[in-house]
Write a protein that binds this ligand. Sequence first.
Ligand SMILES: *Cc1c(COP(=O)(O)O)cnc(C)c1O
Length: 366
Amino acid sequence: MHNQGCSEEEIFSFLSLKRAEDTSHDYILSSMCTVPHPIAVKAHDMFMETNLGDPGLFKGTADIEQALVQRLGTLFHGPDACGYATSGGTESNIQALRMAKACKKKHRPNVVLPESVHFSFRKACDMLGIDMHTVPLDAEYRMDAGAAEKAIDKDTCCIVGVAGTTEYGMIDPIRELGEMAGDHDLFFHVDAAFGGMVIPFLDHHKPFDFLVPEVSSLAVDPHKMGMSTIPAGCLLVREKEMLCALSIDTPYLSVKQEFTLGGTRPGGPVAGALAVLDYLGMEGMQAVVQGCMKNTWRLIDGMETFGFARVVTPDVNVATFNPPGKIPLPWRVSCTRKGHLRIVCMPHVHRDIIEKFLRDIGESNA
Ligand SMILES: *Cc1c(COP(=O)(O)O)cnc(C)c1O
């Protein structure tokens, strides 16, 4: 700490300097986050000092959170689903496994999940003392349902399917996994952190949500394709009792109990998330998502003409290529665990950005 405070000018010239060192979104092709929608920013600003951790003091903001849960639940064919706004997919997945562990009591609990699962499950399993039974993928990078069935044993409490994998953009066979969960009386969590704000807005897709009767809970991140401000995630559950299994007493707050993982929680991104959904509506979201899909196909086409073959045809706007090749700066792309080049066509990755990237790739690989 400085002994005496600095001037506002000093502070902000320092902050601007640092901010300029961040990569511009014009070159970020690797992220599942994006530039927030202006409506989200405006809504976020209004709720800057609200705290959802003490909902009795912020009744209006708490109503907005419930409206978001209701909106998303209905989108995912679970109009009566319950839930709350999390800090993102990581928290939603941790909480889902906590619920699974509490609801399906096992001696030495394990979870059956695909090789493609997000690394947040490693954190969750480490914290909760749950073993991971990792299931290989099929040729299309989806969880192999036959192998999943074999991985289930008497201590399995949960099965996880991913709807829109982080690395390859694939949707696991949710319906088959659901039947398996039903047969073995397992908790069934769907990680739709990325795909949840994409799949419902595609023209055709297989069921991945509460339409599958065995799905117990679902994670979705409005701060990804929902274009809200960060951090905005949401955990949805089919039955309120599942969340109640996580309740603890909260002696000094305006409410007596809470089931969230976070204590103090921001209202701003939650208002932002709801505002974007209501502002765009189904048609607006379809336009955004289908635009991203079009750009994904254009990117794949362009890359293939330069000899970068697609690894798989994705279900959502994540494209992967082999060989990974040389990507010139300042472009920021990423690499999957298997060493494939990975690009996410988020809303900020406009068509002209893709064309510019393809020109650069053509030149540097000529
Ligand atoms: C992004 C992502 C997560 C993690 O979400 P955070 O918001 O970074 O915590 C989890 N699962 C999937 C499938 C994701 O794409």
